[in-house]
Design a protein around this ligand. Structure first.
Ligand code: GLU
Length: 590
């Protein structure tokens, strides 16, 4: 395992006594018990009671656990952890990003979702990205969407939490002030971004101190971000959505602080202050499919996560047997439909895409051998007859999507659960730090289809949210949670979530095995990308069935919690991918 970012102890966090308990405490754990890890490293699996957390990062997991221990609920802890990730994983998450949050309310036995996806400015049209090279858009003001995270945190806390935003930001402020120890992953991500970071004065100043990436083992402090969080707590989200911080974001997007001598073409953005003032995080009904007698809840459009995972599960259920071949084929078909039908547009045929009738019709196309590429989209029209003939589609949509973001899961002592995907899109977002404020801007608008692509549901538009693949997922059995999970990885998020579910329930693995198992991802592409261990283990058998496997060195970085019954929780993170994650429980099982 690669060296980890070890925790700089969080002392003096202001949460003591500040959480208002709004729910009856069941089996409250001893106040000072922390389980699942030593202070020096991360642990991928932790089992116990009273609350559980899984994130990619020890500081974030510890912050969440601390909130739980002091009486906060899963939403409080999830927001606190997300804000800490903005400090310790600043290239994957942050206050200028966005995300999707699923919340299971134990008292009402109900799954809620909050859409904190970034929006396009009002001036953006279907043609705004046309003809622009993808790489040029990646590092630009043009690709910065109106940030959603802060509005989402505020809404989540107001609706379901017990802490104020100011309180929930305290752990992150502490970590930003005191600093964290630079690990290999942070160093490598900085080094991979060094060329473009150097092109912006503000970014170079923050992330390339002395002109180079911070050394492994050094302490990285971000006092400017600590101050930004502090002021955000003091002035509230309006400081961003129409206030001074918003003005600075707009100024940065419109006139990126390009370093003297840089030869980079940096396109300015279209964002204006009214775009920020108009932003709303939105509650949306979750997607739901029933699978092996359980209910699988996911994120509805503008994410394609819930519909694509759900459709693939339905297809698998319509097949006589399920193995890795069927997993790849179901995913291929679901991606064909996602490309044609899902985006932030009215009239996404969600009910039909998730219907058993449609799944049966799609399942007809799965045979003993891999189907011809590209798989055609189906007709989710409610009229499902005998198996249609399998004619390959003329083209498959293959918009590039970055591989980075992050996911966390929190369960509290009352049985509430959060699964939360957050992102600034590319590793390092658009590469542009807002001067003096300590955070990077997102480049989420590169998730739109650049076009021209008539009829594509994912073309840009004023106020529109780019289609996402983020797939925070909560599974209930008889109205009670059994599993919550999610992953980063652009469009591979969907296949990682799906493969873990298949591993767990079709292939009989335990959750730690299901998360650690080698991965493959089929997204209606000619080749199936797979990790080396997957190719070694399954390549011959799958090739014999017509699959063509291509190496992808690392797919996803999942986090999950399983509810084992009798209040026992199993928190699971990656043992190795992305340096390994951090799973913690409040009261470890002996
Ligand atoms: N922008 C991606 C999405 O929403 C998430 C970031 C990533 O993993 O690439 O699907």
């Amino acid at each position: 395992m690669i060296t980890h970012r070890s925790a700089v102890p969080l002392v003096g966090v202001l949460l003591a006594g500040s959480a208002v308990l709004t729910q009856p405490a069941a089996a409250a754990p001893p106040a000072e018990t922390v389980g699942g890890t030593g202070k020096t490293g991360k642990t991928a699996v932790a089992e116990g009671y009273g609350g559980a957390v899984s994130t990619v990062d020890l500081d974030a997991s510890e912050a969440a656990l601390r909130v739980l221990r002091r009486g906060g609920n899963a939403v409080d802890a999830a927001v606190a952890a997300a804000a800490v990730l903005g400090v310790t994983e600043p290239y994957s998450a942050g206050l200028a990003g966005g995300g999707f949050l699923l919340y299971y309310d134990a008292r009402r036995k109900k799954v809620h979702t909050i859409d904190g996806r970034e929006t396009a400015p009002a001036a953006m049209t279907a043609a705004s990205l046309e003809g622009i090279p993808f790489e040029e858009a990646v590092t630009s003001g043009l690709s910065a969407g109106v940030p959603g995270s802060v509005a989402q945190w505020e809404l989540a806390l107001r609706r379901f939490g017990t802490l104020s935003l100011r309180q929930a930001l305290q752990p992150a402020i502490e970590v930003a002030r005191r600093g964290f120890t630079v690990d290999q992953t942070f160093h490598d991500q900085t080094a991979a971004n060094a060329a473009r970071f150097a092109d912006f004065t503000s970014t170079a100043k923050l992330f390339l101190p002395g002109g180079a990436p911070p050394k492994v083992g050094s302490t990285f402090r971000n006092p400017e971000l600590a101050e930004t969080y502090r002021l955000l707590g003091r002035y509230g989200p309006r400081w961003l959505y129409g206030g001074r911080l918003g003005e600075e974001i707009v100024a940065t997007v419109k006139r990126p602080p390009v370093a003297p001598g840089s030869t980079r073409t940096v396109r300015p953005g279209l964002m204006e202050l009214p775009d920020l003032a108009a932003y709303r995080a939105l509650e949306r009904p979750p997607t739901k499919v029933s699978y092996r007698g359980m209910d699988v809840y996911g994120m509805a459009p503008p994410s394609s996560g819930g519909s694509t995972v759900g459709e693939a599960l339905n297809i698998l259920q319509a097949l006589p047997e399920v193995g890795l071949h069927e997993y790849l084929e179901a995913s291929r078909l679901a991606f064909a439909d996602r490309g044609k039908y899902v985006g932030d547009v009215p009239g996404v045929p969600l009910r039909q895409l998730l219907s058993d009738g449609f799944a049966k019709e799609r399942a007809c196309l799965v045979t003993e051998r891999a189907m011809a590429h590209p798989a055609p989209a189906g007709e989710p029209d409610g009229d499902y007859g005998p198996c249609p003939a399998a004619t390959p589609a003329a083209t498959a949509q293959q918009a590039p999507e970055g591989p980075e973001t992050t996911h966390l899961v929190v369960a509290d002592r009352w049985g509430n659960v959060v699964a939360y995907n957050i992102t600034i899109e590319s590793t390092g977002g658009n590469g542009i730090v807002v001067p003096g404020r300590g955070f990077l801007l997102n480049n989420e608008l590169t998730d739109f289809t650049f076009g021209p692509a008539p009829g594509d549901p994912n073309l840009p538009g004023p106020g529109k949210r780019p289609r996402s693949s983020m797939a925070p997922t909560i599974v209930l059995d008889g109205g009670k949670p059994v599993l919550a999970l999610g992953s980063p990885g652009g469009s591979t998020i969907i296949t990682t979530v799906l493969q873990i579910l298949v591993n767990r329930w079709e292939l009989g693995m335990s959750l730690p095995e299901a998360v650690a198992a080698p991965r493959a991802t089929q997204r209606n592409t000619a080749q199936t990308q797979a990790e080396q261990a997957f190719i070694d283990r399954h390549g011959a058998e799958l090739s014999a069935r017509g699959h063509s496997l291509a190496l992808n060195p690392e797919i996803g970085a999942a986090t999950a919690v399983e509810f084992l019954g009798g209040g026992r929780l199993q928190a699971v993170a990656e043992p190795a991918r992305r340096g390994g994650g951090s799973a913690l429980v409040l009261v470890p099982a002996r």
